[in-house]
Design a protein around this ligand. Structure first.
Ligand SMILES: [Zn+2]
Length: 460
């Protein structure tokens, strides 16, 4: 089977040119002007932008939480991702404290195997680092192709590890060629503030925001950077939201340290004024919370300065009924919001179309850097001969409106209801197959593959 994409304007992290792309099987086999080839399928991409498939390295599908699960499973979540131009996601396996990493892997495989429509991988969240889990790190990297390990500096008693475990884990991960992702917020400070607000009867969603002030993130980001520097372990801060945390990363660059930084689309375009409504604000209850306008400016600048490397989503949807679990107490609202389908279009519309970032920068932070940082480049993250034929054909001129009534995520509200967006994903190819065309999904669950990742070098 072969496909020819004709006359598209191909954008990578570094290039911008008009050419044809010839795909044989799952792989791009030739790129050039007026390619003289015969293909089973021909797609006219004249007047369209052609991007590498988007990679969202921060999603939570079918994730157990307080006796329920995030409302997108692996099928609905990866399908919605494809509709939005994201051909691969990286989800998180959560270790249960007291149990092994492999036990958690088996549990997550039970939910994900043969259920994904798009490609996927996992980060392994280590919540209990001890002599037994230490032995598993190497096996995950060398045998499972899972080379990134998530840590939490918050959620004490459930997910949090202390600094002693962090240093031990960093040394082990560094030794075997992996990377540490971190949720960098000061768990003890946040626990104190949550308890204080609850004791004072301050229970509305806005107290979720007020329990996680900027300093809690800035402090932990700086501490994490110091520990990563001390151990020489590659580090990646997930969902960084604010100026104080960016400054901690900027300080680290002064000693020639590279700490990778991810922000999420919501932190670039939404702000904390949404918490001023009554319970409606629960739609955006996530950790860290939305910040201030000044933080948005810092994040956009951080992208252009090369300090912010990836724009993800932290997609973790809950139905409104699930959000109501916290109706009388903000600390019981399931954390997370839906965005897996909206990321590529929102980032284009708010970033490229409004002149904040270039087209090349867009591809870099939405596709390429995640592939490089997490050991998949150049198989993923670019359009090149030999790369997987994961390709998005995008109409920069089509204007449309986001709504829960038309999105494909399994959640009954949108955090962006009524937003008018410039630019639309028209056709998506995954592994050389047309997966999305004309607002229709052409592939089934089981089509998406688990992607084994390489060791990571710590550079982009
Ligand atoms: Zn997350």
């Amino acid at each position: 089977m072969s496909t020819l994409i004709k006359n598209g304007r191909i954008i990578t992290a570094t290039d911008d040119y008009i050419a044809d792309i010839f795909i044989e099987g799952e792989t791009i086999s030739a790129i050039g002007k007026n390619l003289n080839v015969t293909a089973t399928t021909e797609i006219d991409a004249g007047g369209k932008l052609v991007f590498p498939g988007g990679i969202d390295p921060h999603v939570h599908l079918d994730m157990p939480f307080m006796g329920t699960y995030s409302s997108d499973n692996y099928e609905t979540g990866t399908r919605a991702a494809l509709y939005g131009g994201t051909t691969m996601v990286i989800d998180f396996i959560l270790q249960t404290q007291g149990k092994s990493l492999h036990a958690a892997l088996a549990e997550w495989k039970g939910r994900s195997d043969n259920n994904c429509v798009g490609d996927y991988s996992f980060h392994m969240a280590v919540t209990d680092f001890n002599e037994d889990t230490k032995k598993e790190i190497r096996e995950f990297i060398e045998q499972e192709g899972i080379t990134s390990f998530k840590t939490f500096m918050a959620y004490k008693g459930a997910l949090m590890i202390d600094d002693r475990q962090m240093i031990g884990l960093m040394q082990e991960v560094k030794k075997h060629g992996g990377l540490i992702n971190v949720h960098a917020t000061n768990g003890d400070m946040i626990d104190y503030l949550i308890a204080k607000h609850r004791a004072e009867g301050k229970l509305a969603p806005r107290y979720h925001y007020l329990s996680q002030p900027e300093v809690t993130e800035a402090e932990a980001s700086g501490r994490f950077a110091d520990m990563a520097n001390y151990t020489s372990c590659p580090g990646y801060i997930v969902h960084l939201t604010c100026e104080g945390a960016i400054n901690a990363v900027r300080n680290a660059t002064r000693r020639n340290q590279k700490v990778f930084v991810e922000t999420c689309i919501q932190y670039l375009i939404l702000d904390a004024s949404l918490y001023e409504q009554n319970f409606e604000g629960a739609k955006w209850v996530m950790s860290p919370p939305l910040r201030e306008k000044k933080d948005q400016e810092t994040l956009w600048a951080g992208i252009n300065q090369g300090l912010v490397n990836v724009v993800a989503t932290d997609h973790c949807p809950f139905m409104w009924e699930q959000k109501l679990m916290g109706k009388d107490d903000f600390s019981k609202i399931p954390n997370g919001h839906p965005a897996i389908e909206n990321r590529m279009e929102l980032l284009y519309s708010e970033g490229v179309a409004k002149g904040k970032i270039s087209l090349n920068k867009y591809v870099e932070v939405a596709c390429t850097n995640a592939a490089k940082i997490f050991g998949m480049f150049p198989k993923k993250g670019t359009i090149a001969v030999g790369s997987d034929a994961d390709i998005v054909i995008f109409d920069p001129n089509e204007i449309h409106t986001i709504s829960a009534s038309t999105h494909h995520m399994n959640v009954d509200y949108s955090g962006y209801e009524g937003w008018e967006v410039s630019g639309k994903v028209k056709t998506v190819l995954l592994s050389g197959e047309v997966a999305i065309d004309n607002n229709e999904c052409k592939v089934q669950k089981g089509f998406g593959k688990f992607i084994k990742r390489n060791k990571v070098g710590g550079t982009i």
